[in-house]
Design a protein around this ligand. Structure first.
Ligand SMILES: [Zn+2]
Ligand SMILES: [Zn+2]
Length: 304
């Protein structure tokens, strides 16, 4: 079931401005996929949408995320998440659980799309995109020469920018997206993102082991969306898997320490690896050491 959370962490002066200018407080965060590589019928692969001023900014696109985006448009009335309206995609890294719906988004109803999808991601994003064009070439070529009208032939392909260095990767008058490096196993280039709008700062950890840069970026953020692995679930794993997970992911007690230092107004847990332990265990484990607000995200949860 979808849950909507409102939280008023803004100073009074900002709130008064928001009432005077309703568009100021219009940033929403929609959890499109809260899963991991472990198959889970209730959770799509990784995907978070930040909705601001009628535009959707997607961060990762794991399997099932496009279907969730369609559900968000249909059930929650968020039109900017209807697939052909999605124009901004940012990728944290190229693990399959973060990109498998990229072909889905490129291929879905592209002939009715007005503008090409803009994709920003780590080195390798361009090559991956070309692989998808090859995969979809028969569809693209047939539709292009067929009799059916095509709104904009350019939309069969994305406009890809590979991140050359951390910092601002996208900016308009009232939204800024910054990429920062995180530590995720052997990935040379894995990023987290910090999104700043007039009414909210949202930090997305991406997949990462415990990381000082995330802590720095999340300091005082309104919402920190962080991946996590349960200490209880982890300790029953074989040694090799324990070692890998500690190298690539963040244990609950490590995240509690980070949150204590960064003090986000809201900590949202996603991409939860829990193995033998029930998924709710991660909330209990974090609350043992951290008194701030923590939410375990489900698909289609909205924070506003
Ligand atoms: Zn992942
Ligand atoms: Zn990963």
């Amino acid at each position: 079931m979808t849950k909507r959370y409102s939280f008023l962490a803004l100073p009074l002066s900002t709130l008064l401005m928001a009432f005077a200018h309703p568009t100021l407080a219009d940033t929403q965060v929609v959890m499109l996929g809260t899963g991991t590589p472990v198959p889970n019928g209730e959770r799509a692969g990784a995907g978070v949408a930040v909705i601001h001023d009628g535009e959707a900014y997607l961060f990762d696109l794991g399997a099932g995320v496009v279907e969730r985006a369609t559900q968000a448009a249909e059930r929650l009335g968020i039109d900017s998440l209807y697939p052909t309206n999605i124009e901004h995609l940012f990728l944290t890294h190229l693990h399959s659980d973060h990109v498998l719906d990229y072909p889905e988004l490129l291929g879905t109803y592209w002939w009715r799309r007005e503008n090409p999808l803009q994709v920003i991601g780590p080195k390798g994003t361009q090559g991956m995109s070309e692989g998808i064009y090859t995969m979809l070439a028969a569809d693209t070529e047939t539709r292009l020469k067929d009799k059916s009208p095509i709104t904009n032939p350019d939309t069969a392909y994305a406009e890809v920018t590979e991140i050359s260095q951390p910092g601002t990767v996208y900016e308009t008058d009232d939204i800024q997206v910054e990429a920062f490096p995180v530590s995720h196993g052997d990935w040379d280039l894995a990023y987290g993102y910090r999104i700043t709008t007039p009414d909210k700062t949202v930090v997305i950890s991406g997949d990462t082991s415990i990381n000082k840069e995330v802590e720095k970026q999340a300091a005082g953020a309104d919402i920190l969306i962080h991946e996590v692995i349960s200490r209880t679930g982890w300790k029953d794993l074989p040694k090799q898997w324990q070692d890998y997970h500690q190298y690539a992911h963040t244990l609950t007690d490590e995240l509690a320490e980070l949150a204590n230092r960064a003090q986000p107004d809201l900590l949202v847990l996603t991409h939860v690896l829990h193995y033998g332990a029930p998924i709710e265990t991660v909330v209990e484990e974090i609350q043992r050491d951290y008194a701030g607000e923590v939410q375990l995200a489900d698909d289609l949860d909205v924070y506003e």
